[in-house]
Design a protein around this ligand. Structure first.
Ligand SMILES: NC(=O)c1ccc[n+]([C@@H]2O[C@H](COP(=O)([O-])OP(=O)(O)OC[C@H]3O[C@@H](n4cnc5c(N)ncnc54)[C@H](OP(=O)(O)O)[C@@H]3O)[C@@H](O)[C@H]2O)c1
Length: 329
């Protein structure tokens, strides 16, 4: 089988490098083209990937991507992806966007959170692999979910789909600092975040809108930055309907993820970040109190793998009809 030619736009960033690391070992693809902003003179290499992928990073060029690749992963700032994504699709390239630009379906919400995203004529598939496999087959533009939404949705979506939740959903989530990208800000500078934990975006984070879209109900979502380089843990608090018990909760997760190699259902053995870093797994565990009907769910993943590059590659596998685990196990 001829290898599929892949481009990575945003290759020098955290998610882009992770993508190249994974893609370089994928049996059916070849990274032919890797691009960044061109803010530095000349081509660049990726020292961390020496011996894994020895290509060069060149300045972003639509023409080159369209000429050299069949599919492109975009790990770009939102405003850049908003321009590049539709242009590539129009030129016959399949696009897997890891940013937020195309994730929100509602036009008003999209304009609020991603004002540079144009109105699109082409369908966009929300790439939460485990819940959209059918839609991903033959998809032209895939909006891969963010790291916070992936962890929260994999834990909550089966309960919502089975109509087990009664009332409010509260999501309290903690992310390692690499979730914010490689460029330090006042919030993510080492001396600010080392030895610190801080909530941010309270009652006003764009990932809250994305989670609400996929759960079809309002949620209280509070993200935190914690002093880890990578990894993300979401604790979700819900109350279940009166007729629901622990067995029904366990059966719902077992059935939802029976054919999902990257979701590990842990039951009451609560997952931890150290169990999932550098993997494409999302682990889900829970504790349930029958008397109060309170259910506390814990889900965790590596923000750069299942929360970004790994899930994008998983989506590519499904979109091209390959084994979902190719290049990821
Ligand atoms: N980090 C995560 O855990 C994570 C998880 C899920 C989703 N995401 C999303 O993935 C995307 C990338 O995130 P990241 O953390 O990898 O960011 P990052 O580390 O800041 O990397 C950004 C990349 O985009 C390139 N870039 C910046 N401006 C550009 C321009 N005008 N033209 C072409 N390329 C440009 C950068 O190139 P230079 O090196 O030349 O500046 C770099 O390669 C974002 O949309 C983010 O929301 C990230």
């Amino acid at each position: 089988m001829a290898l599929v030619s892949i481009g990575v736009a945003g290759a020098s960033g955290y998610a882009g490098q992770e993508l190249i690391r994974l893609a370089a070992r994928h049996p059916f693809i070849r990274v032919t083209t890797a691009m960044a902003s061109g803010s530095t003179d000349g081509a660049r290499t990726l020292p961390a990937l020496t011996g894994v992928w020895d290509g060069q990073i060149t300045p972003l060029s639509l023409d080159q991507l369209a000429a050299e690749t069949q599919a492109v992963f975009m790990t770009l700032p939102d405003s850049v992806a908003a321009e590049v994504g539709p242009a590539l699709v129009a030129r016959g390239v399949r696009v897997f966007d890891i940013g937020g630009t195309f994730r929100l379906h509602d036009r008003t919400l999209r304009h609020q959170w991603y004002p540079t995203t144009p109105d699109l004529e082409i369908p966009v598939v929300y790439g939460l692999t485990e819940h959209y496999r059918r839609e991903l087959v033959e998809a032209r533009l895939v909006a891969c979910p963010g790291c916070y939404p992936t962890a929260a949705l994999l834990a909550l979506r089966p309960l919502i789909d089975a109509n087990l939740i009664d009332g409010d959903v509260i999501i309290d989530a903690k992310s390692g600092i690499s979730g914010a990208g490689k460029k330090p800000s006042e919030r993510t500078h080492f001396s600010e975040c080392h030895g610190n934990v801080a909530a941010y975006g309270v009652l006003g984070h764009r990932h809250g809108a994305e989670i609400e879209q996929e759960l079809r109900q309002t949620v209280t979502f509070t993200p935190h930055l914690v002093p880890l380089d990578r990894g993300l843990l979401a604790t979700s608090y819900v109350r279940v309907r009166p007729d629901v018990d622990d067995t029904a909760i366990a059966a719902t997760f077992a059935s939802a993820y029976a054919s999902s190699p990257f979701v590990r259902v842990r039951g009451d053995a609560l997952p931890e970040i150290k169990h999932v870093v550098h993997t494409n797994f999302c682990d889900i565990g829970w504790k349930y109190d029958d008397a109060s009907r309170r259910l506390v769910l814990v889900s965790c993943l590596d923000n750069l793998v299942k929360g970004a590059a790994g899930q994008a590659l998983q989506n590519l596998n499904v979109a091209f009809g390959w084994d979902e685990t190719a290049g990821l196990s």
